[in-house]
Design a protein around this ligand. Structure first.
Ligand SMILES: Cc1cc2nc3c(=O)[nH]c(=O)nc-3n(C[C@H](O)[C@H](O)[C@H](O)COP(=O)(O)O)c2cc1C
Length: 316
């Protein structure tokens, strides 16, 4: 074992093509929809030590979400059909951003919509608001009956919404892709060309489960999105594929629970990782993963986390 007395540098920049960049003190991020607006976790976790926090998907108007039941556990995962319940962008600007403005941890707003005008409307309202460090464009939510998913599964539409939003915001722009496609590479290249500063993937995998006692779907919305360790191999594969094709940072997401999981994503080509479902069972999980990354780097004599990014691409 190589034990070297070095100071590990975990800093990453998620938007090197952006004039200011999107600089994180470390690559462990709380994923959208699993960490509220950050403050909900403040008493349980040292949230300021996270790399970033991505808030719940934000729409132009407040949304009530889908009918109950909206969450069901599956083997090694979770099916949800929350359906973008959120307080709407005006309330985010009024109530949440002023709190974020005093935080050290960068907050990225996850933006969702049904039309290009919706997306542009949301980012326009976020423009110049202190406390917001970047945008994550959710073109991949599988839980709304109209819109959203259409953008994520079609390269032309994905590019169209990306360039419209890029033109409407001066903030770093990360586009979050759906795994529910046959060719993730063409979507990734389309959004890169349209001006995305980074790509995050994956959102949930479309799924369903039946309550056999009732003889109907376990979810009020019938279908949902699968998350958690069950989807990790799909996510690792997609990160690996996309990282080979694009020249902007890729942020991996899907089933991260341990440091080993995070290392898999980074070695597959991810610049950073998002931790989602695991927050529900272990609120401190991200900080445990972060500590594990630091220990791994010290043990292996790695000074800079960026030296690990994509190392699995270089040989088998
Ligand atoms: C209850 C729940 C709500 C979610 N809400 C959002 C959302 O609003 N916007 C979004 O882009 N992703 C959302 N996601 C997807 C997660 O951010 C993440 O992409 C996905 O769950 C895979 O990561 P995980 O396996 O670590 O959970 C949600 C996931 C869950 C479980």
């Amino acid at each position: 074992m190589k034990v070297v007395d070095i100071k590990s540098d975990l800093r990453v920049n998620l938007a090197p093509r952006h004039i200011k960049g999107l600089h994180l003190s470390n690559p462990v991020i709380a994923a959208s929809g699993t960490f509220g607006y950050g403050m909900e976790y403040e008493d349980l976790v040292d949230i300021q030590s996270l790399g970033a926090i991505i808030c719940k998907g934000t729409t132009l108007n407040a949304r009530k979400g889908n009918p109950q039941p909206r969450i069901v556990e599956t083997d090694c995962g979770l099916l949800n059909s929350v359906g973008l319940e959120n307080i709407g962008v005006d309330a985010v600007v009024r109530e949440k951003a002023p709190v974020w403005a005093d935080w050290r941890v960068p907050v990225i707003v996850n933006v969702a919509g049904e039309t290009i005008d919706d997306y542009v409307g949301v980012v326009s309202k976020l423009e110049g608001v202190p406390g917001i460090s970047g945008i994550e464009l959710n073109i991949s939510c599988p839980n709304v009956s109209r819109g959203g998913i259409e953008f994520g599964i079609n390269p032309e539409l994905a590019a169209e919404v990306t360039s419209a939003v890029r033109a409407a915001t001066s903030l770093p722009l990360m586009v979050k892709l759906s795994p529910n496609v046959s060719d993730i590479g063409e979507i990734a290249m389309a959004v890169e060309k349209a001006g995305a500063h980074a790509i995050s993937l994956i959102n949930t995998v479309r799924g369903m489960s039946i309550n056999v006692t009732k003889g109907r779907s376990s979810l009020g919305n019938i279908i949902g999105g699968l998350s958690g360790p069950a989807i990790r191999p799909i996510a690792i594969y997609m990160v690996y594929e996309v990282a080979k094709l694009v020249h902007i940072p890729v942020v991996g997401c899907g089933g991260v629970v341990t440091v080993n999981d995070a290392l898999e994503f980074i070695m597959a080509g991810a610049t950073a990782v998002q931790v989602g479902t695991a927050n529900f069972t272990e609120p401190c999980v991200s900080l445990t993963v972060l500590g594990g990354l630091r220990d791994f780097m010290r043990k292996e004599g790695i000074e800079n986390i960026t030296d690990l990014i994509g190392c699995a691409k270089q040989g088998s």
